[in-house]
Design a protein around this ligand. Structure first.
Ligand code: C2E
Ligand code: MG
Ligand code: MG
Ligand code: MG
Length: 278
């Protein structure tokens, strides 16, 4: 049998897959040291209220800086961190950095601007998330509502009961909860009805060309109506043009973020652009 196997030629496809797996393992190894080496940064993307164009919140987006000055995108390393459990210490770092950053916003007269943090399933389902947040609120003197949390549908669907308990604790700590990338997973009306949510984020795949693409327009109209009926806020992600933004405003979407309004940037640059005095 062995001899036979040796004769089977390795397809280039297999080799590509093996190379990819090896690369992922190398990345996972370096990820373990990234916290100690202070290789993480948060960038912040403004979220605008469409009724008056004011920045009402910013989303904190995790960046992993490499020696060459480039970044590994979170879509690549967050799943690795989740699989290895590293997402717990990394997520804790993100929360602390977000809380600290809110203190800096407040110092510039921007304490009304909330910081939205992406939280993984593992974090929500691990004991102590809300206690950690309460601790940070005290440590940095944050006003209630300074931190928001974004969860994806997968979290909620995998363990709805446990997720619900975690979400109620967050709510009790004054944290608003958004459901992220809504409509891309197995969107369930039952969880929208039953879970303690504040806001629905419309995935950017539905926002693309919404002023010109009738199918996306139908989906966005329906999502905005659904959110309004359930008493939830709406945030459109990935707004890349003035036309998309105007369509969303006319159709009753409350808030928006996207490259057209501002790219994710380090806190310093955010302060320069939305800044206040000092
Ligand atoms: P997300 O939470 O849906 O974040 C929005 C993503 O869309 C960000 O990608 C942002 O840079 C990108 N984006 C914003 N505006 C536009 C636009 O106009 N056009 C396009 N094409 N893209 C836009 P990013 O920063 O690469 O993050 C990807 C995902 O990684 C996030 O998706 C989130 O799920 C996850 N992530 C980021 N930071 C964290 C974190 O601290 N913890 C956890 N658990 N996940 C995180
Ligand atoms: Mg998000
Ligand atoms: Mg999103
Ligand atoms: Mg997304």
């Amino acid at each position: 049998l062995q001899a036979w196997q040796d004769q089977v030629p390795t397809l280039p496809y297999d080799r590509a897959m093996a190379a990819q797996a090896a690369e992922r393992m190398a990345l996972a190894r370096r990820l373990r040291e990234a916290l100690d080496k202070r290789e993480f940064e948060l960038h912040f993307q403004p979220i605008h209220r469409l009724s008056d164009d004011r920045v009402v919140a910013v989303e904190a987006l995790l960046r992993w800086r490499q020696h060459d000055g480039g970044y590994v995108p979170p879509d690549v390393f967050v799943p690795l961190a989740e699989a290895s459990g590293l997402i717990l210490p990394i997520g804790q770092w993100v929360l602390e950095e977000a809380a600290r950053s809110h203190g800096r916003l407040a110092g510039r007269g921007l304490d009304h601007v909330a910081i939205a943090v992406n939280v993984s399933a593992v974090q929500l389902l691990t004991e102590g998330l809300s206690e950690a947040i309460v601790g940070l609120q005290r440590k940095y003197g944050l006003p209630a509502g300074a931190l928001h949390v974004e969860l994806t549908e997968s979290v909620v669907l995998r363990r709805p009961q446990a997720a619900r308990v975690g979400m109620l604790q967050l709510r009790a700590a004054g944290v608003r909860i958004s459901i992220d990338d809504f409509g891309t997973g197995f969107s369930s009306m039952a969880y929208l009805r039953d879970l303690p949510l504040d806001c629905l984020k419309i995935d950017r795949s539905f926002v693309r060309q919404v002023h010109a693409d009738e199918r996306n327009a139908s989906i966005c109209r329906a999502l905005i109506a659904l959110a309004r009926g359930l008493g939830l806020g709406t945030i459109a992600e990935g707004v890349e043009s003035a036309e998309e933004l105007e369509w969303l405003r006319r159709n009753g979407c409350e808030q928006a973020q996207g490259y057209h309004l501002g790219r994710p940037v380090p806190l310093e640059r955010l302060l320069d652009s939305i800044g206040g005095p000092g």
